[in-house]
Design a protein around this ligand. Structure first.
Ligand code: ADP
Ligand code: MG
Length: 595
């Protein structure tokens, strides 16, 4: 059977002697997480600068497999691939205001004529510009356009290797629809495609509801690879399909009625105890009886951007709860953004320094917002607005007026009741690898991107955007799947599916012939197989492939061959098993299919 020239080239590249394998004994000191350590040690990536890496041949193969799965499923879902420039003229970014508004993550550069450019962190502006030129009629809609392209975000803390790089590869897709209903269908189409994509990687993941920002609605989901080292906290209910990220997650509203007061209001000395937990410990009460006071401020600006007026807010949370910034940002009056109050503002309104603040005995009125759980508390403890003192036995209605504004302003905690009432919420860690988002007309309106609708009138496109962190997925896979020997790749994204390790290939004709024959046979069958023809000692060779994480290994040795056998070992198996030579091909093919 002849092989095409293309196959010949592929073959040549899959021999270890010709490939570039560059494993390291030790990970560099800056590699904090296991995926970063293992990617460096396995020679998948090489650091060029902070958050900037060369994808070495072994790493590139993984990234290409991830990209191909993404591409296949995007195409299957009816999306169309294009490629937009990495360097983009600033004019488009000025149209949406993002050139000025975005922080230093947006890398701005100048060309030789002093014209401004940006390095794309994402590409809403360019795609919207393309759409307004090319999509003129409702008859051309819906359209979904995507690219798999280099992105640059000048992250404040690039870290964890490919997990949070500055330069990385993202698949970004953008949908254009004629109305909301159709945009919703496009979004759901992507939601399905993403499930198909993430199913194929062979990783444990969860799709969680995410915050959709100011646009509202529930059309935003993140795809999270579950890993103990993940940067995101994700919330789910094992008894139902409720799942959300921490920003978005809600608990059911408290149902119990507020108990009647039993204690008298008292100013209690708490010298040096400025945190809720210290106060609870000193007074011998549960942390849940204490109240945390957070002082925020909002600014009203003049035309010229100077501050016209500032408003001070007091947010009250149960001592064991944390503020949720996204929820707070949605409170009436907070939409324009908020900040922590300054020490001067705090002194002026509370007459006291932080650590002993509360809603009683204020010098000047503040906007008070009370978490739902705080509103049903009685006999609670809060700062006295006197240094080294707290108030105990505080009760709504009796000691201070009923709260003006009661809202959900906290992060959920494990054990909270799910908002669907079906069970308790649990929290696990995840790595955000994908994000789908309904955008509405935010960009199309800003850029005057319209099409002619059925009635002949121009209408702004309804848009959605859909990202996948292609390079991040390779790191996330390692976080989820490794052991003390190295990486364990799922078949779908392994750099090579099978490695053949011949022992003493240079000394034994039988070993060489069998190894090469197996290699050719697997290549012919379309298997991504690597032949390690370097003549390394077995221990060294095995350790290296275990570090690299190739899932299936065949060992061809003289001793086993004499018994008509070859050894097969899956990367997860504790031991190799012997397989008859005439069955080994079928055995490998079956193992590949089984996974
Ligand atoms: N610094 C980064 N390094 C690697 N991948 C990233 C980085 N930032 C974002 N990504 C990936 O790109 C996807 C889409 O990005 P997006 O949702 O816009 O980012 P973010 O959630 O950081 O605002 C993310 O889900 C993530 O997988
Ligand atoms: Mg995101």
């Amino acid at each position: 059977m002849g092989t095409s020239p293309r196959q010949q080239i592929l073959k040549a590249h899959m021999k270890a002697s010709q490939f570039l394998i560059s494993t390291l004994k030790e990970a560099p000191a800056d590699a904090e997480v296991i995926s970063h350590q293992l990617m460096m040690r396995a020679g998948m990536i090489k650091r060029l600068g902070a958050g900037i890496y060369t994808l070495m041949p072994m790493g590139l193969r993984v990234v290409q497999k991830v990209a191909n799965i993404v591409r296949e499923e995007m195409n299957r879902a009816g999306a169309v691939e294009l490629s937009m420039p990495v360097i983009q003229p600033a004019e488009l970014w000025q149209e949406t205001g993002r050139f000025e508004k975005m922080g230093p993550e947006l890398l701005r550069i100048k060309d030789r004529h002093s014209r401004d450019f940006v390095v794309q962190p994402t590409s809403e502006e360019v795609i919207t510009d393309t759409a307004r030129q090319e999509l003129r009629s409702y008859k051309q809609l819906p359209k979904n356009l995507y690219q798999i392209q280099t992105k640059f975000r000048d992250e404040r803390r690039p870290r964890f290797g490919l997990m949070r790089g500055r330069e990385f590869i993202m698949k970004d897709a953008y949908s254009f629809d004629k109305d909301h209903a159709s945009a919703q269908a496009s979004y759901e189409n992507m939601a399905r495609a993403y499930r198909a994509i993430f199913d194929r990687f062979g990783l444990v993941y969860r799709a969680v509801a995410a915050d959709s920002g100011a646009i509202g609605g529930d059309l935003s989901e993140e795809f999270q690879v579950i890993a103990a080292t993940g940067e995101d906290a994700i919330v789910y209910c094992p008894q139902s399909d409720y799942a959300a990220n921490m920003e978005k997650a809600e608990a059911a509203a408290p149902t119990k009625a507020r108990a009647a007061p039993t204690e008298a209001l008292k100013q209690t000395p708490t010298p040096g105890k400025s945190t809720c937990s210290d106060v609870a410990e000193l007074l011998g009460v549960a942390l849940q009886r204490t109240i945390k006071s957070l002082v925020l401020a909002t600014d009203e600006l003049n035309e010229d951007g100077s501050v016209a007026k500032s408003v001070v807010w007091l947010l009250m949370l149960r001592g064991d709860h944390d503020m949720n910034e996204v929820k707070v940002g949605k409170l009436p009056g907070m939409e324009g953004g908020f900040r922590f109050a300054t020490l001067v503002e705090i002194e002026e309104h509370f007459g006291c320094k932080p650590g002993y603040l509360g809603p009683l005995n204020l010098l000047k009125p503040v906007h008070i917002v009370v978490d739902r759980e705080v509103a049903v508390m009685s006999d609670w403890i809060c700062g006295a607005n006197v240094e080294d003192f707290h108030m105990t036995g505080v009760n709504w209605g009796r000691d201070l007026p009923e709260p003006d504004l009661v809202a959900d302003i906290r992060n959920v905690v494990a054990g909270d009741l799910s908002p669907d009432g079906k069970g308790e919420l649990l929290i696990e860690r995840g790595i955000e690898v994908g994000h789908i988002f309904y955008l509405g007309t935010k960009y199309s309106k800003a850029m005057n991107a319209t099409f002619l609708d059925v009635d002949g009138k121009p209408k702004p496109f309804e848009m959605g955007c859909y990202g996948i962190g292609v390079t991040r997925i390779s790191a996330a896979a390692i976080e989820q799947s490794h052991d003390d020997k190295g990486i364990i790749w799922p078949d779908a994204i392994a750099p090579f599916s099978v490695v053949i390790c011949p022992i003493g290939m240079d000394r034994s004709d039988a070993v060489r012939e069998h190894a090469v024959a197996l290699y050719e046979q697997l290549l012919q069958a379309g298997v991504d197989v690597m032949l390690d023809d370097r003549g390394e000692r077995p221990g060294v060779m095995f350790a290296e492939w275990e570090l690299i994480g190739v899932p299936h290994r065949l060992t061809v040795g003289e001793k086993a061959l004499k018994e008509g056998q070859v050894e097969y070992q899956h990367r997860r198996d504790a031991q190799a098993s012997k397989v008859a030579i005439d069955q080994v091909f079928d055995h490998v093919m079956a193992s590949l299919k089984a996974r």
